[in-house]
Ligand binder design. Structure first.
Ligand code: NAP
Length: 268
């Protein structure tokens, strides 16, 4: 049965054309969009920065790409995009847009942390619902979680928790939809060199160079995991997978102590 479904997926990949990706104006989303456009997909690029998206759209190989400007931390914008997704019937949806904040919980503005929860969780749930309600055999949903979805992370407590939500939400959906031939993937990048960290209040170089991946490498693994359709949860980068493996042999207390020591959000 599993093999049958996989061959369905493979056939479908060749026919698939329409794909919507959020957070496509920079970082991991932009690199993923470039790779998918090279593979022949017609893309709808979503983010807040319309000017950036228009330039990216014009630079991508292929025709008929489009842009949808939306602030996905705002329910009204998410509703408009959800309606668009229902009407247009995409073959693939990639929920990539996300943001975090580095700092101790009570030192960070509460409203900004709640806004991050709207973007990282509410929008993902609402857009996934709009997509999966009408999804057909061969379609695929990818939600970008994080390595931090597999642990706690002092100094970014709310952010890490939103990503645990995304990782587990996606895995449950994988099971619910596999018998329908619809693939759901929770993709978990480790620390990558993007603007994410400066937007979150710190510079990328707060992490040792050896643990950082380029956004191009993350995008390559994302596209490979989407195309192989082998498993519901993919962790990017062998060093990240090795770290998670190591965490199986230590106590949660030891793990959170290690994460707290290395967290940029715990330093002033
Ligand atoms: N970089 C890392 O180390 C890392 C690690 C693990 C997981 N991730 C996850 O990977 C995803 C992509 O991160 P990244 O590193 O590529 O970050 P990034 O470089 O900061 O890019 C974030 C993208 O999301 C868009 N975005 C942000 N807020 C938005 C909003 N309110 N509404 C609509 N779009 C919004 C941004 O565009 P606009 O500003 O134009 O709206 C941009 O296109 C995120 O979900 C992040 O949590 C990143």
């Amino acid at each position: 049965m599993g093999n049958l479904l996989r061959s369905d997926y493979t056939i479908k990949m060749k026919d698939m054309k329409n794909l919507l990706i959020t957070g496509a104006s920079g970082g991991i989303g932009l690199e993923t969009a470039k790779l998918l456009a090279e593979k022949g997909y017609t893309l709808t690029l979503v983010a807040r920065s319309g000017d950036k998206l228009e330039k990216i759209k014009d630079s991508l190989p292929g025709n008929n790409h489009s842009v949808f400007v939306a602030d996905l931390s705002i329910a009204n914008d998410v509703n408009k995009l959800a309606t668009h997704i229902q009407d247009k019937k995409y073959d693939i949806l990639i929920n990539n847009a996300g943001s975090g904040l580095y700092g101790k919980f009570v030192d960070l503005p509460l409203d900004e942390q709640i806004s991050g929860m709207h973007l990282n969780m509410d929008a993902v749930v609402m857009l996934s619902y709009a997509f999966l309600k009408n999804a057909k055999r061969g379609d695929a949903l990818v939600n970008i979680a994080s390595l931090l979805g597999h642990s706690s992370f002092p100094g970014a407590s709310v952010y890490a928790s939103t990503k645990s939500f995304v990782a587990n939400f996606s895995e449950s959906l994988w099971y619910e939809f596999k018998s329908k031939g619809i693939f759901v993937l929770g993709f978990n990048p480790g620390a990558a060199k993007s603007e994410f960290h400066s937007r979150a209040g710190k510079q990328t170089n707060v992490y040792p160079e050896f643990i950082l991946s380029s956004t191009q490498d993350v995008a390559k693994e994302l596209v490979a995991a989407l195309e192989s359709r082998k498993k519901p949860r993919a962790v990017q980068g062998w060093k990240n997978r090795f770290m998670l493996f190591g965490f199986k042999f230590i106590s949660r207390k030891m793990a959170v102590n290690i994460m707290g020591k290395m967290s940029p959000g715990m330093s002033n």
